[in-house]
Design a protein. Structure first.
Length: 306
């Protein structure tokens, strides 16, 4: 029986997409996520940072992604993220920007810049629909695609910026498998629970079968399995720290809310005091007027009218 191997653990994820042998899987995945059809499809990729066991062994906490270029010169970056944290969106932008400007060297102009596409596969939720949203609305959050776009005149700033976020929590294993992107989402969500022989018929494509063989390799090869265990433990440690940070963030937000409430109460008290001060000033003014009348009366010995 095959050991449980999660395809979202970084060393497995990179072995699936980051080797010369598995380039057809990467090409199929990119075409599926980008929705490319016929003549638009990517036919060839060059992996810039191929899978290497040593990179995982040397740094247990390193962040591992896959970087590649296609035959048109476009850059592609694919990363899996198990835990989600508050500044993940900012990290996505930073990573995209780092890759985008990296080809430029001193003296080169902006014509050397190429379209750069980042794809993030998330085990947790970064963006959610409003409470009470129906299943159709939730399904839209499986695959989010961000581009620079003007909302008023409805034009794109550039086709160079493209970030895709795949959120596994919004993919239901019971939903109909319609295309390659559904197959990949199913694989990444349920791959650790199924054997090759038990794959549903609509998942038995050569790419998914090859990806399942990679899971089998990590299960059957002792060295690969030990590496998997190390990376799984590193992911657990990182996830634990992220959970603690989330908890602290929640506590800080609660304290901030309490402080805001206290500030509002103080502002209300200040307003009440200002009102009282205004009333006192009015009374003082009336008293001064009365004193002035009395002084004038005493000075001029004016008798009050009967």
């Amino acid at each position: 029986m095959r050991k449980i191997i999660k395809p979202t653990i970084d060393c497995v994820f990179k072995a699936i997409f980051g080797t010369e042998e598995n380039k057809p899987l990467l090409i199929n995945f990119l075409n599926a996520v980008l929705g490319l059809k016929k003549h638009q499809k990517i036919k060839e990729v060059h992996i810039l940072n191929p899978y290497n066991e040593k990179e995982f062994q040397d740094d247990k906490l390193s962040i591992i992604d896959i970087k590649a270029t296609d035959e048109r010169g476009k850059f592609h970056q694919i990363e899996v993220q198990i835990s989600v944290y508050r500044w993940l969106a900012e990290r996505m932008l930073f990573n995209w920007a780092s890759i985008y400007h990296s080809p430029l060297t001193s003296g080169q102009d902006y014509t050397q810049l190429k379209p750069t596409i980042s794809i993030w596969l998330l085990e947790d939720t970064l963006f959610s629909p409003e409470k009470g949203a129906g299943n159709l609305e939730k399904t839209k959050y499986q695959h989010l695609n961000f581009k620079p776009y003007d909302l008023n005149v409805k034009i794109y700033l550039s086709n160079h910026f493209d970030i895709h976020i795949l959120q596994l929590p919004f993919f239901s294993s019971d939903q109909m498998i319609r295309d390659d992107i559904d197959r990949w989402l199913y694989f990444f969500k349920e791959g650790h629970n199924i054997e090759i022989k038990d794959l549903p018929e609509n998942l038995k494509t050569k790419e998914i079968m090859k990806a399942m063989e990679t899971l089998n390799h990590f299960s059957n090869d002792q060295k690969a399995y030990l590496l998997y265990q190390e990376r799984l433990e590193a992911a657990r440690v990182a996830s634990t720290w992220q959970s603690l940070l989330k908890q602290k963030d929640s506590e800080i937000q609660m304290k901030d809310s309490e402080i805001q409430i206290k500030d509002s109460e103080i502002q209300m008290k200040d307003s009440e005091i200002q009102i009282k001060d205004s009333e006192i000033q009015i009374k003082d003014s009336e008293i001064l007027k009365l004193k002035s009348l009395v002084q004038r009366y005493e000075k001029n010995q004016i008798k009050p009218r009967s």
